[in-house]
Design a protein around this ligand. Structure first.
Ligand code: HEC
Ligand code: HEC
Ligand code: HEC
Ligand code: HEC
Ligand code: HEC
Ligand code: HEC
Ligand code: HEC
Length: 716
């Protein structure tokens, strides 16, 4: 029976591969239909975390009180209004308020709840704060958000979150590279068919038609049913897995071999990542246990868990005892129950620092470790501070060729140089037919500083599919960066006419244009994705350039509503407000810019000029000093600092700055003028005459007249 079923599975996989979406459409039904005949299973399943992993927010799930995040200086508060729930963000000190409705919760709340806003465009936006049950229930930052520059209320969750936390949605894009937009009704929670496969025929035939039962297949296949979601080797940059490019992300069918759908990867051995402990790695850890490795494939997830109901201590003890009866019976081993409490302790995870879960690496108790000790969140940026080293194949252990292993080296830039070489060879050898492979190669070349070699790969990708959006968009962006604006426009106009809802293509098109055309494209980008802060920012810059100061101001304000720590936007807004005489408003923006980006030269410089303009010279000095420290050869900054010292009557320090400027450029007129004036003020008239004459005869027309006049006023 089992063999027949497996053969059937293989056949169906064959069909599934050619058109997973069509197969999905025909084979799946609403899993609520299973309840009528399998009421008992449905009733207990409903109580599990998996059944509640994604759902509409309930009244009792709305945390009370306000939460202040010190690092970003923002305050969050949940509000109930007209039967709806909102998250409100304020900046500490008031202002810049943003509210988003929360329609869904991701996570049962056994360990955490993430709050989800579903935007008008159908994106699921993760909120920056989560609820965690620790210490009786706390609100704290969502994983990855405990930093000053977190993404606030604009990060769209990808299809991957939905893959692991939900039933298959009907109207969603299919590829990992698609914009993650969900339309229509969303399933709520992991449903029966995620483990049992399509059930239409079975349900329609009163249960006579076949349906997949994991009980009847090999241990390996049984494990894979669970590993589709529980085998995350790491949630940090690596990548932990790659879904086959030919496959839709919501096309995995539990009847097929997991390796036909996805390949999993891991850090190379000996790089210090052997003992990592992360939230979605139960299977990864279990597979490291002696119990798993040395029990001839007798140990699977269902040895200890009945996925339809909550796990009990008695069930676990029975499972352990089934293999360890000798130990249980032995007088030397005193404990006879609650085996997991010592051998599978709960541990705080590295990637979600407010959550502790059961360690599935079964082992002798490790003494002297405090597994629950508080942790700081670890942050990394791809390519900088993230893992650098070889990425190795993890599951399936063996595979066909080097294409995916080679991709794994480059996709998160973990092993870029070697990966580019490997990927090139693998493409040569396998000649795959999907454009994504060639696009990845082009992007890897860009990342490794060999952009010039990327063009043939873009061309190849677009040859295979002239309408392949990710390639059009990426090619257009690379043309913009290379300054090839005419070509960029052609590419991006094609992308936007084929995909008018693709915000990123519009944004690149805005970059490729000037003036009105550019503004139009930026506005389209905003309409397609209002959370796209770069588009608001871009629009502001364009309007500033065209002289529409009010329009620019509005665009910058909108950008800051989405992302309050955009320092460059703050500084630009400061300039605009200063320009229209709103001094208090401008000062607030400049100060914020400096707080968010202490190293931003232009912002500090402008602020110093702004303060000087109000005769607040002493306050301006530290900012000008800071700029000079960052750029000791910046002539304008040296001149500004010199002028500020002059205004404070500190002529000696002023002269020092002008001299520093002249050391960089001996003909710099403003410094000649300044130094002459400073020396004059210190009664060194010979010195003053020397420099003022140089300035009066110098190249800088702007200072010539002034220098001549001062020269004339010097005592003979
Ligand atoms: C590879 C599959 C996978 C992906 C991708 C994934 N998760 Fe999870 N997630 C899990 C698993 C498995 C657990 C349960 C771990 C446990 O209980 O030991 C979990 C737990 C959680 C929890 C805690 C739920 C609870 O109360 O137990 C939250 C919240 C969560 N994930 C949010 C997210 C978000 C948001 C994303 C996308 C950014 C995401 N997850 C992506 C598999 C995944
Ligand atoms: C997380 C995966 C998962 C989900 C979700 C799931 N099942 Fe199962 N189901 C299994 C596994 C695994 C088995 C085999 C258990 C075993 O080996 O004893 C199984 C077995 C069954 C069986 C056969 C019982 C038997 O004794 O052989 C039925 C009927 C069933 N499931 C119905 C459902 C229904 C109805 C739902 C939705 C309410 C559902 N399942 C949800 C994994 C799942
Ligand atoms: C109209 C009634 C009916 C509906 C609807 C129904 N089933 Fe069944 N199911 C049955 C009957 C009858 C059996 C076989 C008797 C048994 O073993 O309980 C069965 C058996 C199963 C088995 C075990 C198969 C095996 O070969 O061991 C699974 C798994 C299962 N159903 C899952 C589902 C899922 C998932 C759904 C929803 C997609 C579903 N069923 C909908 C009636 C139904
Ligand atoms: C579609 C993805 C998916 C599949 C398939 C899946 N799980 Fe899960 N599982 C999750 C997620 C996500 C969570 C965390 C849900 C939460 O609490 O919000 C989870 C939670 C659990 C839990 C914690 C207890 C609970 O109440 O849910 C157990 C145990 C578990 N899974 C076992 C299994 C087993 C055994 C299998 C295979 C038969 C399996 N899972 C298949 C995604 C999946
Ligand atoms: C399917 C059979 C099976 C089950 C179920 C099982 N184990 Fe094991 N376990 C093994 C085997 C096989 C070994 C390796 C024995 C050896 O080292 O020769 C082992 C080893 C161990 C060890 C020694 C580990 C080490 O690193 O030296 C411990 C402790 C242990 N098991 C505890 C448990 C506990 C607790 C449970 C239940 C939570 C459990 N086992 C469930 C088969 C099993
Ligand atoms: C040897 C027994 C055993 C096996 C095998 C096993 N688990 Fe568990 N699992 C446990 C125990 C014990 C717990 C903790 C139960 C509790 O505290 O309620 C647990 C809890 C979980 C949880 C929730 C984590 C938490 O602490 O809340 C998930 C998710 C899970 N298991 C998934 C899996 C998956 C997936 C597999 C297969 C790869 C698997 N388990 C295999 C014993 C096992
Ligand atoms: C109070 C903590 C505790 C509990 C509860 C506990 N154990 Fe142990 N167990 C230990 C310690 C400590 C050792 C290691 C002894 C040693 O180093 O030789 C151990 C060793 C083992 C070993 C390895 C034996 C060997 O010689 O390699 C197995 C298997 C095991 N336990 C199974 C179980 C099972 C099954 C249960 C539940 C019936 C259980 N344990 C409950 C503390 C516990």
């Amino acid at each position: 029976m089992a063999i027949v079923l497996m053969l059937l599975a293989v056949l169906m996989v064959g069909c599934g591969k050619t058109d997973p979406v069509a197969e999905k459409a025909s084979g799946y039904i609403d899993s609520r239909a299973c309840e009528s005949c399998h009421a008992q299973i449905a009733n207990t399943y409903r109580e599990t975390g998996m059944a509640r992993a994604f759902h509409k927010i309930g009244e009792d799930e709305v945390p009370g009180g306000a939460f202040v995040h010190d690092k970003s200086g923002r305050k969050y508060e949940f509000l109930k209004r007209d039967g709806k729930v909102f998250l409100r963000r304020d900046e500490v000190g008031g202002g810049n308020v943003l509210e988003k409705e929360i329609q869904y919760v991701l996570g049962s709340g056994n360990h955490a709840r993430s709050f989800i806003h579903r935007s008008e465009q159908g994106r699921l936006i993760e909120m920056p704060v989560n609820w965690y049950p620790e210490k009786g229930g706390i609100v704290a930052m969502s994983p990855g958000y405990d930093r000053a520059d977190h993404m606030d209320m604009r990060r769209a969750i990808g299809y991957q979150c939905a893959f692991c936390h939900n039933g298959y949605p009907k109207q969603a894009g299919t590829s990992l590279f698609d914009d993650p937009v969900f339309e229509g009704e969303l399933p709520e929670g992991i449903d029966c068919q995620r483990c049992h496969g399509p059930g239409r025929e079975h349900a329609a035939s009163m249960g006579r038609g076949k349906i997949f039962n994991p009980k009847k297949v090999s241990a390996e296949r049984k494990m894979e049913v669970c590993m589709q979601c529980h085998l995350e080797t790491t949630s940090y940059s690596l990548p932990n897995s790659i879904v086959k490019f030919e496959r839709g992300i919501f096309s995995y069918d539990p009847r097929e071999a997991l390796g036909d759908f996805i390949t999993h990867f891991d850090h190379a051995k000996g790089t210090g990542h052997e003992e990592k402990f992360e939230i979605a790695g139960s299977a990864y850890r279990l597979r490291q246990s002696k119990c798993f490795r040395l029990s001839d494939e007798k140990l699977t997830c269902t040895t200890c868990h009945n996925p339809h109901q909550k796990t009990t201590v008695a069930a676990i003890d029975a499972a352990c005892s089934s293999c360890h009866s000798a130990v249980v019976g032995s007088a030397k081993h005193v404990a006879k129950a609650e085996c997991a409490s010592c051998h599978m302790p709960k541990r705080r995870t590295e990637d979600v620092v407010h959550v502790a879960v059961t360690d599935h690496k079964i082992q002798k108790p490790v003494v002297g470790k405090d597994w629950m000790a508080a942790r700081e969140e670890r942050h990394e940026v791809m390519g900088g501070g993230s893992y650098q080293g070889e990425v190795v194949r993890y599951y399936p252990r063996e595979g066909d060729g080097d294409l995916y292993p080679a991709l794994a080296q480059v996709m998160h830039q973990s092993n870029l140089k070697a990966g580019v070489v490997r990927l090139e060879a693998a493409l040569q050898k396998e000649q795959p037919k999907h454009p994504a492979y060639y696009l990845q190669m082009a992007q890897a070349l860009h990342a490794s500083g060999e952009a010039a070699k990327a063009l043939p790969y873009y061309t190849k990708a677009l040859e295979l599919d002239p309408k392949y959006l990710p390639a059009l968009r990426s090619l257009g962006a690379s043309q913009v960066r290379a300054g090839n604006l005419a070509a960029a426009k052609v590419t991006l106009e094609k992308a936007t006419s084929l995909y008018p809802k693709d915000a990123l293509s519009w944004l690149e098109l805005a970059r490729a244009n000037r003036g009105e055309e550019a503004a139009k494209a930026a506005r389209k980008a905003i309409a397609a994705e209002p959370e796209l802060v770069e588009a608001h920012k871009m629009l502001g810059m364009i309007l500033m350039e065209t002289g529409d100061r009010a329009g620019a101001e509005a665009a910058f304000v909108a950008a800051l509503r989405e992302q309050p720590d955009e320092a460059e936007v703050r500084a630009n807004l400061g300039n605009l407000l200063a320009g229209k005489g709103d001094l208090a408003g401008a000062e607030k923006q400049y100060l914020a810019a400096i707080r968010y980006a202490p190293g931003m030269r232009a912002g500090r410089f402008n602020f110093a000029v702004f303060l000087a303009g109000q005769k607040r010279f002493a306050e301006a000095v530290p900012h000008a000093l800071e700029v000079v420290k960052m750029a000791p050869k910046d002539l304008e900054a040296l001149d500004l600092l010199g002028n500020l010292y002059m205004a404070g009557r500190d002529f000696r320090s002023a002269a020092g700055q002008y001299r520093a400027a002249l050391a960089v450029n001996p003909a710099y007129g403003r410094a000649l003028l300044g130094l002459g004036t400073a020396l004059g003020a210190m009664n060194d008239f010979a010195g003053a005459r020397k420099y003022l004459s140089l300035a009066a005869n110098g190249l800088d027309a702007g200072v010539r007249a002034e220098a001549a006049e001062l020269l004339g006023s010097l005592p003979r």
